[in-house]
Design a protein around this ligand. Structure first.
Ligand SMILES: Nc1ncnc2c1ncn2[C@@H]1O[C@H](COP(=O)(O)OP(=O)(O)OP(=O)(O)O)[C@@H](O)[C@H]1O
Ligand SMILES: [Mg+2]
Length: 365
């Protein structure tokens, strides 16, 4: 659901702002250090409680403020059922974050994430390829979580069983392992099946999205479930039991799953140029949005920070075309206004100029 009003207080260098973004395309331009990324970061923070730039969320709070406050009104469903929902977040210096929806406190991150799904494409986006398996596992699970409604509950069950099994391993209570292993295998299998079902639709869609961005890049996705593919998890647990006991944790299972991205047999990160890596990651993130839209009717909001970084004009055009086809709300930044306009001529858009932390909507001719 698009954001129809956004209010930001106490974020980095941004002056307090209230804007009414367009439900489709929002061009944001301004000089280096003006506050463009900070604006996108604010939206990402509302969506996930996390920043895509700083691991320490406190760093987002304006130096002179003791807290930051973000508020947005979301466009409800269209037609007669149109509703407005408020999503309100407040983060204090001590790191507490509080999300509210229409005045009621949201107690879980999952409740927040389903209200405001956001995908970020920014200069460090290529890290999804070069970063840890955990990053790619989380990426995969974002899609499974949003498309397969039963996944979150099974994931909670799995986490609980894994915790119990690890605690048994730490205390070296070998006789209890047999008791926990049945539940562990059952929960693992369910997670694995959810991921498989998602990937079955994800892989072909990814291939066509990547071809739309750059037909010459040939990468393949390989899913590793967290244990050797041709073995039964039960046999692996038996085989690894001594080592698991020694380590005090479970070596194999869905918590070790990975999405491997390869060019021929090599990791894509070792072969592709930086621009190609960004294109591949953009294709992954766009694919998630396309599947999300297919499953629930709305696309996520896309935050595209610094469009020009690493991408030549052909790739910028192709990326913007996929976003145009997705008909989603987009916040897209660049230093030069003309560069944005040259990459994309959407039928509906607004332009915002950011200068020294102040954001102004430009009136269009
Ligand atoms: N906690 C903070 N309090 C106040 N100012 C901050 C804080 N953190 C960062 N800044 C400043 O905020 C400014 C805006 O940074 P931001 O990254 O949003 O700019 P930008 O417009 O995206 O620039 P670029 O074009 O270089 O990417 C920077 O000058 C930065 O030094
Ligand atoms: Mg920036």
């Amino acid at each position: 659901m698009p954001i129809r009003r956004l209010s930001v207080r106490g974020v980095r260098n941004l002056a307090p702002l209230d804007i009414h973004p367009h439900s489709r395309v929002n061009f944001i331009y301004g000089d280096n250090g003006s506050g463009k990324s900070s604006l996108l970061e604010s939206i990402a923070l509302l969506s996930s409680g996390k920043s895509f730039r700083s691991t320490q969320i406190k760093q987002l709070i304006h130096h002179d403020a003791d807290r930051l406050e973000l508020e947005c009104e979301l466009d409800g469903t269209t037609g007669a059922d149109a509703q407005t929902q408020d999503l309100y977040s407040l983060r204090l210096r001590n790191g507490d974050v509080l999300f509210r929806l229409d005045g009621s406190v949201l107690t879980s991150q999952a409740q927040v994430a389903t209200r405001l799904p956001v995908q970020v494409i920014e200069p460090n986006t290529f890290r999804l390829l070069v970063g840890s398996p955990e990053d790619r596992r989380q990426f995969l699970d974002w899609g499974v979580f949003h498309v397969e409604p039963g996944f979150i509950e099974e994931w909670r069950i799995f986490r609980k069983v894994l915790k119990q099994r690890n605690s048994v391993l730490k205390q070296k209570e070998v006789s209890w392992l047999d008791v926990w292993d049945g539940g562990f295998i059952e929960a693992s299998e369910k997670i694995h099946q959810y991921r498989l079902a998602y990937l079955k639709v994800f892989v072909p869609q990814f291939e066509s999205t990547l071809a739309a961005l750059d037909a010459e890049i040939k990468v393949r996705l390989h899913y590793y479930p967290g244990w050797e593919k041709d073995s039964q998890l039960k046999d692996i647990l038996t085989r690894q039991q001594d080592r698991d006991l020694q380590l005090g944790y479970t070596q194999s299972g869905p918590h070790r799953a990975e999405l491997r991205i390869r060019v021929d047999k090599l990791p894509a990160a070792d072969v592709l140029s930086r621009g190609q890596q960004k294109t591949v990651v953009a294709a992954l993130k766009l694919t998630q949005g396309i599947l999300y839209k297919q499953s629930c009717g709305n696309a996520p909001i896309y935050l595209v920070d610094d469009l020009a970084s690493e991408l030549d004009s052909r790739h910028r055009l192709a990326l913007c075309q996929v976003l145009e086809d997705l008909k989603c709300q987009v916040f897209i930044t660049s230093i030069e206004k003309q560069q944005l306009m040259d990459s994309w001529t959407p039928s509906e858009f607004k332009v915002f100029h950011v200068e020294h932390g102040k954001i102004e909507e430009e009136s269009l001719p």
